[in-house]
Design a protein around this ligand. Structure first.
Ligand code: BEZ
Ligand code: FE
Length: 284
């Protein structure tokens, strides 16, 4: 039994302190966390001033958090950790629509709109027709699916970032599918934008020689009774940042066509189908 803490026995010394009858999952997670955290410090021979800097960084990350700003999620996003946790928790059959990072800009209870309505309320940007089907794994249409969408405006900001400038609910809406499982709405072709980079995470990115940009995307939260929810985006494939999204959210299957159809009013058409997995369906 390890009695005293040394560099060599550090992991055992800490993990041996856990009680016998604690939650077994908590025990597994904490034992692994301590193992990997100590291995990290040993691997890099962590200097005292580096750890002091890290504590200061984490303190500042907490201090900038508010109702409107979640810097810890941003940190998790730029470290690829949000996408990793999302991948672990959303393993799906290959024909199903893939998930990606949720992001901080979703707002619950966006207006329910009629099929064919526009979500763009500020008159800016290039009008785009978004359409497709919501289906199950066998291609059967799903009736009553909620397609909740949101995007930035042509100036690269979400409405919630500019409450005094943009109309409320600009570039947001919810659409419910009918019997044919189809959805159709108008928005704008989204544009790339920087994630909030005026805090500790932005400083970290710059110290690492990384930019804060996300490639242009349309967000979707697709839900239907009896099916696993899909949290995803569709991406504009020729975007400058498609290969180096600041938060690693791009997946090849989520790059959607943006077809140039310019009819004088609508400039783009972006078709995309969503394939949902029944609740609790195992991965094939
Ligand atoms: C977004 O796409 O809205 C987003 C995702 C992660 C971090 C910041 C923004
Ligand atoms: Fe976004």
């Amino acid at each position: 039994m390890t009695r005293y803490f040394t560099e060599d026995t550090s992991v055992e010394a800490v993990n041996a302190r856990m009680g016998e009858d604690i939650d077994p999952r908590l025990k597994t997670v904490m034992a692994s966390l301590v193992t990997h955290l100590h291995a990290f410090a040993k691997d890099v021979d962590l200097r005292q001033e580096e750890w002091d800097f890290a504590i200061d960084f984490l303190t500042k990350t907490g201090q900038i958090c508010s109702q409107e700003r979640q810097e810890f999620i941003l940190l998790s996003d730029v470290l690829g950790f949000s996408m990793l946790v999302d991948a672990i928790n959303n393993r799906r059959p290959s024909q199903a629509t893939e998930n990606t990072v949720f992001g901080p800009f979703h707002v619950d209870n966006a207006p329910i709109r009629e099929m064919g309505d526009t979500i763009s309320l500020d008159g800016k940007g290039e009008r785009c027709r978004y359409e497709g089907r919501v289906m199950d794994l066998h291609g059967a249409p799903i009736e009553g699916a909620c397609v909740d969408v949101w995007s930035d405006n042509a100036d690269s900001f979400y409405d919630v970032q500019q409450p005094d400038i943009q109309p409320k609910w600009n570039n947001r809406g919810r659409f419910f599918t009918g019997k044919d499982g189809r959805y159709l709405f108008y928005g704008i072709k989204p544009v790339s934008y920087p994630i909030p980079d005026d805090g500790p995470v932005g400083k970290m990115l710059s110290a690492l020689g990384r930019h804060p940009y996300r490639p242009a995307h349309m967000h979707y939260l697709v839900t239907a009774p009896g099916f696993q929810k899909i949290v995803t985006h569709t991406f504009v494939g020729d975007d400058k940042y498609i290969a180096d999204d600041a938060v690693f959210g791009v997946k090849e299957t989520l790059i959607a066509p943006f077809e140039y159809v310019n009819d004088g009013e609508t400039i783009w058409r972006s078709p995309f189908d969503f394939v949902m997995v029944p609740a609790a369906e195992p991965v094939s």
